[in-house]
Design a protein around this ligand. Structure first.
Ligand code: ZN
Length: 502
């Protein structure tokens, strides 16, 4: 079939040549005309660029140039495939050639990140986008198609254009650790007043590393009703220009005025023959007037202090006197006995702890124990005129350390002491000031949490520990504001005995 067509074609051509005469020569002369494209047969042009037509050369074998007709156009504003046709002809000889021109978009989009020169992210906080936009030479605005993710302190932005050109940029998150503004409360974070007394704001200042003095920007919320007993919280808040806020509380205890003067504990605690060194009798406490009182909550706190007196005992007595609160001191020998005398004179119970506080001696035998006990009783008597029958074992009645010196001694002593007319006291609230607690806050927490659970609390503290004494005003204020009654121990007080372990 193809062969048949070819034969017919040849016949037609021969027939034409015969008919046209001279032209027939030129037709067969076509082999002398050549058409050659300048440049490549396929050209790629970037979208938006100018397409430079390279043209084509047509020449006769004789070297005579023949003009080339170019048809087809390239629209570089439109991505696509364009066909350019080159035609050269002279007489009956015609040559054509084609060139493919591809208008392409091979340019990647551009992502621009906006940055706040003062921008920062607080450690642990998510990054707050400062802004970005993406453009593409072909697609235009691609901002909506940007995909962003946050990882390892960086934000990664990715966008692709319609032709799959992808751009990725990263932003390193600037984590800053700027200083918060500072608030300094004059007089500290606690204030104590008696109900009816005026409360005056002790004052405050605020500074910021960058903003400077921010005192005028401090906002104080809350109020104190000085006529109504209770615990009030004032909040001080300040915000710097970076939006960082510092808040600080001040707790104001409006303490109920004592209802009359409390009498010193009965029984053994009273001076028997007026031998108080100071000889003045009951303490004279200035009591404020006015203000409401707190309804008693029916619970009693027995504050007890072991191992003193010591260098902090004086200020402890000052605080107790200020609120007319009575406590119990389990004292040891070899200390400043004038402090013991003062404590007794101010109505506190003085009790025997031990003369030596040396476990290896006092727990070596029953006799050794009682020798130590009576020596301390005598010493107290000499300085206070009080022959106390109140005592507390070193280590408490539950101690097991004594078993290293004498097996079963605690079992015997806990029976023998009452038989000899003594009463021993352990404790049921441990401030832990000789254990894990190292700050006044911890002592306060341990004591207040402990007493809240009990009707009668015997609290163990040591007035040899400064931070334990530091917690006292707060403990007393808290107790009084919550309706507790503070009492010194006496022979009729709840004994609070531990289980014996030796
Ligand atoms: Zn002790």
């Amino acid at each position: 079939m193809k062969r048949a067509i070819l034969i017919i074609l040849i016949c037609v051509l021969v027939l034409t040549a015969v008919t046209v005469g001279a032209a027939a020569f030129r037709l067969w002369d076509g082999g002398r005309l050549t058409l050659i494209l300048n440049g490549a047969e396929t050209i790629r042009v970037e979208y938006g660029d100018v397409y430079q037509e390279p043209g084509a050369e047509a020449t006769l074998k004789t070297g005579v140039p023949v003009s080339v007709d170019i048809s087809g156009r390239v629209d570089t504003d439109k991505v696509g495939k364009y066909l350019i046709k080159y035609t050269a002809g002279t007489g009956g000889a015609v040559r054509t050639a084609y060139r493919n021109v591809y208008v392409v978009d091979s340019q990647s989009p551009v992502i621009k990140l906006t940055e706040n020169p003062n921008g920062y992210t607080l450690p642990g906080q998510p990054y707050q986008e400062e802004g970005f936009f993406a453009t593409d030479n072909y697609d235009g605005d691609l901002t909506d198609r940007v995909i962003r993710r946050e990882a390892d302190g960086k934000v990664i932005y990715t966008v692709s254009d319609a032709y799959g050109n992808t751009t990725t940029v990263e932003r390193t998150i600037r984590y800053m650790d700027p200083a918060y503004p500072q608030i300094l409360l004059e007089g500290g974070q606690m204030a104590f007043i008696m109900a009816g007394d005026n409360y005056q704001e002790p004052g405050y200042t605020s500074t910021d590393m960058e903003d400077g003095d921010l005192t005028s920007k401090v906002v104080v919320t809350g109020a104190v009703d000085n006529m109504t007993s209770g615990i009030y919280t004032l909040q001080y808040s300040v915000t710097n220009q970076k939006g960082m806020t510092t808040k600080l509380d001040r707790t104001v205890y409006v303490i109920p005025k004592p209802e009359g003067e409390q009498t010193p504990p009965e029984g053994e605690q009273n001076p028997e023959n007026g031998e108080n060194p100071d000889g003045e009798g009951a303490p004279n406490v200035d009591l404020p007037t006015g203000g409401t009182t707190i309804e008693p909550n029916g619970k009693t706190i027995y504050l007890t202090f072991d191992d003193g007196p010591g260098e902090h005992t004086g200020r402890l007595l000052d605080i107790l006197a200020k609120y007319n609160v009575k406590a119990t001191f389990f004292v040891v020998g070899g200390k400043d006995m004038s402090l013991v005398a003062r404590a007794a004179q101010e109505g506190h119970a003085i009790a025997i702890h031990t003369y030596t506080h040396r476990y290896s001696e006092i727990y070596s035998s029953d006799d050794a124990f009682f020798n130590d006990l009576y020596a301390m009783q005598d010493l107290i008597y000499q300085h206070t005129g009080v022959k106390t029958m109140l005592t507390r074992f070193p280590g408490g009645s539950s101690n097991s350390v004594s078993s290293a010196y004498n097996k079963g001694i605690m079992s015997r002593l806990t029976k023998e002491l009452p038989a000899r007319g003594f009463q021993y006291f352990d404790w049921n609230v441990d401030s832990n000031d000789a254990g894990g607690a190292k700050t006044a806050d911890e002592v306060f927490d341990n004591v207040t949490k402990g007493v809240a659970k009990r009707t009668n609390s015997v609290v163990l503290q040591h007035d040899t520990r400064d931070f334990s004494v530091d917690a006292i005003e707060r403990i007393v204020a808290w107790g009084l504001c919550n309706g507790y009654t503070f009492k010194a121990l006496d022979m009729d007080s709840p004994a609070c005995h531990h289980g014996v372990n030796n």
